[in-house]
Ligand binder design. Structure first.
Ligand code: PLP
Length: 381
């Protein structure tokens, strides 16, 4: 961006890459390990497993692939049910659909947007009474705040249902002293372009279960049997991450804590600006362990006198990108008719939420422009 270009667009969460990423990529290229696998994949897996407090990690081509593999490794298939929060990115529900299982949606806690534990218990009871085989529950760590695992894990254990943590948005977050990715039988991360770290596209499955990791690794490499000729007894997938992208991921991971610190600073600036504004709150604002991936406002239009959409429109005039909270899965045409256990919380967050620019690469000029625009908007109402 030219320094004098005051109207350059400000994006929600663009990739934050620089000289370290360049050096790691160049070194991977020069090493001759371009693709598919290589030493950077192994090192990235080891480093990410350590960060998530897990024994095993499998680097794959996307977070969606990691979710799909986790479900397949748990033997999910047609006739099964997979419990998914209705408030999530579509990938969580799609992964269930890929296996032929039926996604069943559950509403969220209005304060955090994360899976509502009491409603989850009721859902599992109802599904079991109806005779369903529940293959897995997939809690999502919304916008970088871990779900309430202290309540969710015992509920699922009691029902005998494995948990796969969708930590796609939550790398580096902490809950109850444990890192995101440490909860449940397995967990997944995404390194898509706008996530907290990026490999331009990529994901990771982490677990303490050696058999599950082995099964996922096997399915991710076309289910090739360990014999010299190409022998296959299962349908497999081409889901592995390339060595070049793993090198990029290692550079990003080395900078993760710095990037989280910057996102937290941005969140604090937004919080300070809006603290005295009636009818406005931050989603999950009391979560000190969040990685602050996206700072999200929830606006009560009756109290504030303006809506999240009004603010989004004003910011768009200044070429400042915002995004609504995920449109709930039970409202998606593709999942019309799916079973859903609802309180209305996700629909309200969809109607009243707005995610603000939160990228760790955002400079002082840019955050200043966003804050001034919001301030002008609020005071002009
Ligand atoms: C981004 C995301 C995914 C999917 O990750 P990709 O790497 O884009 O496939 C899954 N779940 C959630 C909640 C996400 O935000």
């Amino acid at each position: 961006m030219a320094p004098d270009d005051r109207s350059a667009p400000i994006l929600l969460s663009p990739p934050d890459v620089g000289p370290l990423e360049e050096a790691y990529l160049a070194s991977a290229l020069r090493s001759g390990w371009v693709a598919p696998l290589g030493p950077d994949v192994e090192a990235f897996e080891a480093e990410l497993a350590a960060r998530a407090g897990r024994r095993h990690a499998v680097a794959v081509s996307s977070g969606t692939a990691a979710l799909h593999l986790a479900l397949l490794a748990l033997d999910t298939g047609p006739g099964d049910v997979v419990v998914v929060p209705t408030l999530t990115f579509v990938a969580t529900a799609n992964a269930a659909a890929y296996t032929g299982a039926e996604p069943v949606f559950v509403d969220c806690d209005p304060a955090t947007g994360n899976l509502d534990p009491a409603l989850l218990r009721e859902t599992l009871d109802r599904l079991r009474t109806g005779g369903a085989r529940i293959a897995a529950v997939l809690p999502v760590d919304m916008f970088g705040s871990c779900a309430d695992y202290a309540r969710i894990l015992p509920i699922c254990a009691e029902a005998g249902v494995p948990v796969v943590e969708d930590a796609a948005e939550a790398l580096g977050a902490v809950r109850d002293g444990r890192p995101a990715g440490a909860f449940g039988r397995a967990a997944v991360f995404s390194f898509n372009g706008n996530k907290i770290i990026t490999t331009s596209g990529g994901g990771m499955l982490v677990t303490d279960d050696a058999d599950l990791a082995g099964r996922a690794r096997y399915l991710a490499t076309q289910a090739r049997q360990p014999v010299p000729h190409y022998e296959h007894t299962d349908i497999g997938y081409n889901y592995r991450l390339s060595n070049l992208l793993a090198a990029l991921g290692r550079a990003q991971l080395a900078r993760l804590d710095t990037m989280i610190a910057r996102r937290r600073q941005l969140r604090e600036r937004y919080a300070k600006l809006l603290a005295a504004v009636p009818g406005v709150r931050l989603l999950a604002d009391d979560d000190a362990g969040a990685n602050c991936w996206l700072t999200t406002l929830v606006v009560d239009p009756a109290e504030a006198g303006w809506s999240a959409a009004d603010l989004a429109a004003r910011l768009a005039q200044e070429r400042i990108e915002t995004r609504p909270v995920w449109k709930p899965m039970h409202l998606q045409p593709v999942f019309a008719g799916a079973r859903a256990f609802l309180t209305g919380a996700a629909e309200r967050l969809f109607a009243h939420g707005i995610a603000l620019p939160s990228g760790s690469g955002m400079g002082e000029r840019e955050i200043g422009r966003v804050l001034r625009t919001i301030e002008g908007f609020v005071h002009g109402r």
